[in-house]
Unconditional design. Structure first.
Length: 110
């Protein structure tokens, strides 16, 4: 199960890296960022194929998208100086709490 979660973390990392390259690719006009973006997205999907064999797809997608949203919001603040209202930050932390709760009870349902 540990290996499964490592693949999921790798998929989240790759999806976040690809998403962070979107503004840098300038509408896919920059070859290197666009190529890296595509590579990261394809790698994320490849890693997810291993995860969905071990965990329910609803859990996998909720975790992947929830932690991806949270991480992208944090990195958008750090690298692109984007700001979020306190309500949005509260919502992001609630997403993380939800992901933790969902994953805490996943093994108990099988």
């Amino acid at each position: 199960m540990f290996k499964t979660y490592l693949f999921l973390i790798g998929a989240i990392f790759c999806e976040v890296a690809g998403t962070m390259l979107l503004p840098i690719s300038q509408n896919f006009t920059k070859l290197i960022p666009t190529s890296l973006l595509a590579m990261f997205y394809l790698t994320a999907l490849f890693l997810l194929t291993f995860v969905v064999n071990k965990l329910p797809i609803a859990i996998v997608y909720a975790t992947w998208s929830g932690l991806g949203i949270f991480t992208i919001a944090i990195l958008g603040y750090v690298f692109f100086k984007q700001t979020l209202a306190w309500q949005a930050m509260l919502g992001l932390f609630l997403i993380v709490i939800g992901v933790v709760l969902v994953n805490s009870f996943t093994g108990k349902l099988n």
